[in-house]
Design a protein around this ligand. Structure first.
Ligand code: ZN
Length: 426
């Protein structure tokens, strides 16, 4: 199945939303090799295509979809964040699991690059790193160009990779590279031209440790912060990744940084809990007034994921994944970069989710009870063969008292952000 050469220009209405979707046959091939998510990329793009989302004839709502082929990142692009030594390790075609096993050496492990356990070397890793980073940067650049409102890169969103270390199935820090690229944007539509503000919102089950760490120390408390990170995730003793930054943000803490925020939810988090914390997310957004929003849409919190921690549904109920993304795409009035990621280990459900979110971005909402179209991967959608991912039966451990505490803390945090932004010359 080919994904290229499908320029889907709809009605040239200047008021319409413009969406770019990054995919290529090479990207799908490389992403599908990722040991933690074999073939997931193929499922995702195949389902979106099977639903006709790339078809100009379904472009009923005056949106304009442009499919972009990713430009692979080169060494210079990657070295904007990654270290020279780490790049030498992951970009060396001769470094494979087999060669290291055969040599009896573990140079990579000893060097601390993290290329072991959940991040093994695999054939095709150099091309994977270049293409995934290139795909996310291609999407980010389309937003910088000025006429794209939403850019989608479901193969990006690797939020655990660090400057010199692979971690948590992540080999390349494409989220960080995208934020660094967007930071260089000059915003001319504000009363006074200024550098762009970027809000990074992470909805993956796991804390976005690497992204938060990358920017937490860069918050210049006397100047105008350009980047705010907010991670909504699960944390509990021993749950990956263990980080002191993953606990609930509290202005009373000496280490509190209003531009590096954490909002952990307990096990069983349901649509109802997300509906209750969502005003906190939006208060932060309103106080910071970002120009760009980078959303990591990891789907390992969905019901049916093997992690079996949260009980989030795809649906349309208040607080569901679809409801949250609909608000971001339709009401936030920011240029939005949607990155897949990331988490999501029930590949059929992830394909359902990202296909549905694509339809939201296009303003061509698919019906959740629609039948999965006949296509090569059709049998994998048994037994329901419909688009929806309904909630399961896991009880929601987020108590009303805990959710009220989050609400109170984030009201104070939003005020702090608002006062800080008002006090600095942006
Ligand atoms: Zn995750």
């Amino acid at each position: 199945m080919g994904f290229e050469n499908e320029d889907c220009a709809g009605s040239p209405d200047s008021a319409s939303r413009k969406v770019c979707y990054v995919v290529s046959n090479d990207l799908v091939k490389c992403s599908s090799l990722l040991p933690s998510n074999h073939h997931r990329s193929f499922l995702v793009h195949s389902l979106a295509k099977a639903y006709g989302l790339f078809d100009p004839s379904t472009d009923r709502n005056r949106t304009k979809l442009q499919i972009l082929r990713p430009t692979p990142a080169n060494y210079k692009d990657l070295s904007v964040y990654h270290s020279r030594d780490y790049l030498s390790a992951v970009l060396n075609e001769e470094n494979t699991e087999e060669t290291f096993r055969a040599s009896g050496l573990s140079r990579m492990d000893d060097s601390g690059y993290g290329l072991e356990h959940d991040c093994p070397l695999f054939t095709g890793l150099p091309a994977y790193v270049k293409l995934v980073a290139g795909a996310t940067l291609t999407a980010a650049k389309s937003l910088q160009s000025g006429d794209v409102n939403v850019a989608i890169c479901w193969d990006g969103g690797r939020h655990h990779a660090r400057k010199s270390q692979a971690s948590g199935f992540c080999y390349v820090a494409d989220c960080i590279l995208a934020i660094l690229a967007l930071k260089r944007t000059q915003v001319f539509f504000s009363p006074t031209p200024r550098k762009a503000r970027i809000m990074y919102l992470d909805l993956d089950l796991h804390f976005s440790d690497a992204v938060c760490e990358a920017f937490v120390s860069s918050a210049d408390h006397s100047g105008a912060p350009q980047v705010l990170t907010l991670s909504v995730h699960h944390t509990s003793p021993g749950f990956f990744p263990v980080s002191h930054l993953a606990s609930l943000s509290d202005p009373a803490s000496p280490a509190f940084d209003p531009f590096s925020l954490s909002l952990p939810l307990a096990a069983g988090a349901s649509d109802a809990s997300f509906a209750k914390i969502w005003p906190s997310v939006e208060r932060v957004k309103d106080a910071f007034e970002p120009d760009f929003v980078v959303v990591q849409c990891g789907m390992d919190g969905l019901a049916g994921d093997p992690n079996a921690v949260w009980n989030w549904s795809l649906g349309s109920a208040n607080g569901s994944v679809g409801w949250c993304l609909k608000r971001i795409c339709n009401e936030w009035n920011c240029k939005t970069l949607l990155l897949g990621g990331g988490g999501g280990y029930n590949s059929a459900n992830v394909a359902r989710a990202w296909t549905y979110l694509t339809s939201i971005a296009l303003d061509q909402f698919l019906s959740l009870d629609s039948d999965i179209p006949d296509h090569a991967a059709f049998p994998l959608y048994a037994p329901t063969f419909t688009l929806d991912v309904p909630p399961g039966t896991t009880p929601d451990r987020n108590t009303d008292e805990f959710l009220a505490e989050i609400d109170a803390l984030f009201r104070r945090i939003s005020e702090i952000i608002r006062n800080r932004m008002a006090s600095v010359q942006c």
